[in-house]
Design a protein around this ligand. Structure first.
Ligand SMILES: [Zn+2]
Length: 621
């Protein structure tokens, strides 16, 4: 997935479930594991619910086990039955525990005979944390409703009762019905020619963890971009998206050359409505992506490189628990950089690396010691909070450190062997280290001490010798920014005509937190940043303009916040507004209008931010 905003907007700490394996799941994989899921779903737009029947195939690990424990959240259970080999069913008794705020409701099913299959009939809640239901007005084309899921980290349980832990992998198939003329897509091979007849069947033959279950339905058109790739989006968006993502086949071929074959068959991309709370989600066979990367010049397509890279790091070799999530995100961010470098050159790859380094350097100091570790002590970190800058940016930095110490050729060989060795498995940090030691560190003695490796993985902060790429263009921008702020270079004389998106991001990132208002006005007069269609630039511009007290930028900032529900691009504006009582009051008005178009995760994040700001400003009612 990419990208969550830094911990400042994170969710609450999770209380610890009593299981030894994954603290964010009630599942008991030492007793029984789900090996296959057969799903039957009806997409019910009027009631904003999925009408579901989930049949779980079970592998009993304990021959004396008497219960099956599953994760659920806000599900209404209609019936639960055991299914025998001949298809005969028998009702089972069960207890659905009161909901834990973070973990949902533990579902305990009495299974004294340890059936081969258990079938659960249920409906989801209109407020399911893993689903968003958009009325037509909140889509690009405004004709049909749209729905989509976001299961990572622990939200699959809000639309399917299952063992919701990344350590447990299962194959699945699904039969889905939806209103005619709408298209249903899932995280399995999809057929671009499928008729819109209201009935769709899916089969995921590879074992995947629950957080990679995904579904979407809406007025979705398709355009093929290569022999094994297509772009799906609303009709008015699909052409633009196909153009932006036309290099997809080149990206797949580049990754294959480095790390071995793409093993999933098709690689498609679904561009969602702007309320999608993340940049992208690596759902197998079908990346879900934000439309905010459709800027016309491919300058933000490293998002696709990132989600595609997850086909190796994350989906093929998976972190066994949320505490180990850096294995997914750190390695993926490294691989993303390699794909970007191969296709768009070292300048862009290095610039993206530097932006990630600077973001981490800025954020890591305000994190707790435990959150600064790649592999934190699991008891003190929540599932969503695990997906922090540390997992992405420190994780990829560690990979670049290894590349530098061992040389690109030997490190590439190592990483390919790592993917092959652990293919289709979920592993812990310690399993990764046990493979790293003999196959890289000890194999080429004298290049890196084991203590250094452990410092990267278990230490706080950033090791002193962490490599930082050179960027002459960023250096030149630093000089221009300094001269502009000192008054020796007018805004109109900045060399910004030649800046790409990353260079604008860098220029804006390093402005003072609250720049002088006059300077912001000069910049805007010269470069027309207010109203920019590029949301990466907009997010940085508006945050600084708000902090500078530039009220003229407020309406355009409000438009940005209303149009985009992606956490990373919207939350910094709320945070900037919330610093003053006036700004907070304005942000609350904006939110009142924008809320209906936001994903539940974005709503939660904004409301938590308001509550925090009000606690600090007792006078601001
Ligand atoms: Zn990711």
């Amino acid at each position: 997935m990419r990208l969550l905003p830094a911990l400042a907007f994170g969710t609450l700490m999770l209380p610890l479930a009593a299981q030894a394996n994954e603290p964010h799941s009630y599942a008991q994989p030492d007793q029984v594991v789900v090996t296959h899921l057969d799903l039957n779903l009806k997409v019910d737009f009027p009631h904003r619910q999925l009408d579901g029947r989930a049949t779980l195939t079970l592998d009993w690990k304990n021959p004396k086990a008497t219960t099956l424990v599953l994760d659920t959240r806000d599900l209404k259970i209609a019936s639960i039955e055991a299914v025998d080999a001949k298809g005969k069913t028998r009702a089972l008794t069960y207890v659905l525990a009161p909901a834990d705020k973070q973990l949902g409701s533990k579902l305990t099913i009495q299974t004294p005979k340890r059936p081969h299959e258990v079938r659960i009939a249920y409906v989801t809640s209109p407020d399911a944390s893993g689903l968003q239901w958009l009325p037509p007005a909140q889509t690009a084309d405004k004709k049909q409703p749209f729905m989509f899921s976001q299961s990572e980290s622990i939200h699959a349980r809000s639309w399917v009762p299952l063992q919701d832990s990344p350590a447990i992998r299962f194959t699945w198939d699904a039969h889905v019905t939806a209103p005619k003329n709408l298209r249903v897509l899932m995280s399995a091979p999809n057929n671009p020619q499928h008729p819109l007849d209201g009935t769709f069947d899916f089969k995921q033959t590879h074992p995947v963890p629950s957080y990679l279950l995904a579904i979407a339905a809406g007025d979705i058109d398709v355009k093929e971009t290569g022999p094994r790739s297509a772009v799906y989006a609303e009709p008015s968006v699909v052409g633009k998206a196909a153009h932006e993502f036309e290099d997809t086949e080149k990206m797949i071929a580049t990754a294959e050359k480095l790390y071995g074959p793409y093993r999933w068959g098709r690689y498609d991309i679904l561009v969602l409505p702007p309320s999608f709370p993340y940049g992208g989600m690596e759902n197998p066979n079908m990346t879900f992506a934000t439309p905010t990367v459709l800027v016309g010049d491919k300058s933000l397509v490293s998002l696709v490189a990132h989600e595609l890279a997850h086909s190796w790091s994350g989906n093929l070799v998976t972190a066994a628990s949320w505490r180990d999530i850096w294995l997914n995100e750190g390695i993926t961010t490294y691989v993303q950089g390699r794909i970007t470098e191969a296709l768009y050159g070292k300048r862009q790859a290095d610039e993206e690396t530097l932006l990630s380094i600077h973001a981490l350097q800025k954020s890591i100091g305000s994190m707790s010691a435990n959150s600064q570790r790649l592999a934190p002590q699991p008891r003190d970190i929540s599932a969503d909070d695990s997906l922090s800058d540390v997992a992405y940016d420190k994780g990829s930095w560690f990979m670049r450190m290894l590349e530098q110490k061992f040389g690109r050729k030997d490190f590439d060989t190592y990483l390919k062997s790592y993917f092959n060795h652990f293919a289709w498995h979920s592993i812990t940090t310690e399993q990764m280290l046990a493979f790293l030691k003999p196959n890289l560190i000890d194999k080429y003695p004298g290049k890196m001490r084991w203590a250094e490796v452990k410092d990267w993985v278990y230490g706080t902060g950033i090791p002193k010798d962490a490599p930082i790429p050179d960027s002459p263009r960023f250096d030149a921008i630093d000089k221009e920014r300094t001269a502009f702020l000192a008054g020796t270079l007018p805004a109109t004389k900045l060399d910004a005509k030649s800046w790409n998106t990353q260079e604008w991001m860098y220029f804006l990132d390093r402005l003072p937190d609250a720049p002088p208002l006059a300077k912001m006005q000069q910049l805007d007069a010269a470069w027309h940043l207010t109203g920019t269609p590029n949301a990466e630039i907009g997010m940085r511009w508006y945050s600084h303009a708000i902090a500078a007290g530039d009220k003229a930028a407020w309406p355009a900032a409000a438009e940005h916040m209303t149009r985009i529900g992606r956490l990373y691009l919207t939350m910094p504006l709320y945070a900037a507004f919330a610093k003053t009582p006036d700004g907070l009051a304005y942000a609350e008005q904006v939110y009142a209008k924008a809320k209906a178009g936001y994903h539940p995760l974005t709503q939660q994040a904004v409301e938590a931010l308001f509550a925090k700001a009000k606690a600090k400003q007792p006078d601001a009612k």
